[in-house]
Design a binder for this molecule. Structure first.
Ligand SMILES: C[S@@+](CC[C@H](N)C(=O)[O-])C[C@H]1O[C@@H](n2cnc3c(N)ncnc32)[C@H](O)[C@@H]1O
Length: 205
């Protein structure tokens, strides 16, 4: 899918309120594993951030946060629903008094170097060819020994988003550059889904 089509798809999803993925509370996997995967003070990239309150949870625990979101609506809602104050400069919003920056841009145009990435419902949001590009960008955006907290889904259909991601695909995307540790498989209350939580760590060259 071309990036322009992907952008249109998600802008329409937000405009139509097709956002069942959004949760009012911080993600249980993040709460359980953040402090074992991220080091104190790390700046964590949240690649396809929506209006996730996980960004606030990370900031409250002393992590820096850089969210990247292609649609403007969730960024505006993130700011208003959480009563945040801050300033826009070009395409990025800096939250006042917190280490949170939100970039209104396509993730595939985002640059930077991060200690860690938090992916909940990001890889699974994209069609297969974009997932290959996403894994390449993850490697490029991480500093040496960079880590990823990766939360994906499995379900019995080929439909998406969210797309079901097999072990074989995870290995194909990441095994040559990352060590991969499966931390947990949990069942989700909908559609025979299972949630998989992994720690990935960039291998030294
Ligand atoms: C399934 S949602 C997950 C949002 C968030 N991670 C969460 O846990 O609530 C995927 C988000 O990625 C955004 N998105 C999709 N493609 C993108 C891209 N190429 N660059 C930046 N954001 C994108 C969508 O607008 C949507 O908000």
């Amino acid at each position: 899918m071309p990036l322009s089509e992907n952008k249109q798809f998600w802008e329409q999803a937000w405009a139509d309120g097709r956002t069942r993925f959004h949760r009012p509370d911080p993600n249980a996997g993040l709460i359980k594993y953040a402090q074992t995967i991220f080091d104190s003070g790390d700046r964590v990239l949240v690649p396809l951030c929506g209006k996730s309150v996980d960004m606030l949870w990370l900031s409250e625990r002393g992590f820096g946060v850089s969210g990247v979101e292609v649609a403007r609506l969730p960024i505006d809602e993130f700011i208003s629903e959480n009563n945040l104050d801050g300033t826009w400069s070009d395409h990025s919003y800096q939250v006042k008094g917190q280490r949170i920056s939100i970039f209104h841009q396509d993730f595939f145009n985002h640059d930077g170097r991060y200690e860690a990435i938090y992916d909940r419902a990001c890889l699974v949001a994209l069609a297969a060819p974009l997932r290959v590009r996403m894994a390449e960008r993850y490697k490029a955006l991480l500093k040496p020994n960079g880590r990823i907290l990766l939360i994906t889904l499995k379900h019995p259909t080929a439909d998406g988003p969210p797309f079901s991601i097999s072990d074989e695909e995870i290995n194909r995307l990441f095994a040559k550059d990352f060590s991969i540790e499966l931390l947990e498989i949990a069942s989700a209350p909908v559609d025979e889904r299972t949630i998989e939580i992994r720690k990935l760590e960039l291998l030294c060259p």
